[in-house]
Design a protein around this ligand. Sequence first.
Ligand SMILES: [Zn+2]
Length: 326
Amino acid sequence: MSELHKFLFEGMPVRGMLVRLTDSWREVLARRQSAEPFDPPVRQLLGEMAAAGVLMQANIKFNGAVILQIFGDGPVKVAVSEVTPDLGFRTTAKVVGDVPATDTGTLPLNEMVNVGGHGRCAVTLDPQDRLPGQQPYQGVVPLSGDDGQSLTKLSDVLQHYMLKSEQLDTTLVLAANDELAAGLLIQRLPLEGEGNLEGKGKTDQDEADEDYNRIAVLAASLKREELLTLDADTILHRLFWEEKLLRFEPQQGVMGPRFQCTCSRERVGNMLRGLGQEEVNGIIEEQGRVDVGCDFCGVRYQFDSVDVTELFAQGPDHPPGSSNLQ
Ligand SMILES: [Zn+2]
């Protein structure tokens, strides 16, 4: 069963999380089988994005969806993962070109989404009860470091994002194959009452730095292969057996991360209304009906001419959905 583990390092301003998406991740891949399956490197990227999305959602106090998007300039045009506050996640990609073949099933970002150096990663926080006119919060970072060098791993991009946008030191390890999508996050918590630190020899700040740095080095030593093959208890024990770990009850089942699509006939109807009556009637004339498949879960929504007439007879438009992929 998919699971999320949260923990604190006792007496230190450092917290951590470990996510393992098992059945839920396999469901994402199984649903894709009916459409065109993604190439292995795209599957790996999406698995890592799903794991990272769950970690980021679980890491913030925010009542809304966390949407992770990569806008690529290579064969992968868009990759997205969305996670609701109750840890329901969905993920998909739009692939427009040939993804280079690879023996390992792994491709660096610069060969998939940042070929020309124009790739971007966007993190959007979309409030659940958005007020009229209220915009979601969005932060965007390039897929390169401060030195302009292209970053090869999603974890590096997101670490960079967390530092830039939240001013929080974060260490992330992500990995995915066709069985499992997993991630480890270690984050330094802001010190409370930082104004009280003056006038000491070795400040609390120095100690906090040492603690975080030591734990971050341990976390970063976790190999992709270990993350994919070891259970949560073994991983945490191997990495942190010398630290005092305070672990919370693991979140799984209905309380844990799971596949969940937020698509609905209503949302697809809103999208069609956004296209305009003339455009939609044109499709009806040409094809007899409008057939829209959800890229996330594979469900198909069909509208015939009666449905479309009804759709445009209804009241004012609702705001469009959070994703440009429906
Ligand atoms: Zn769907």
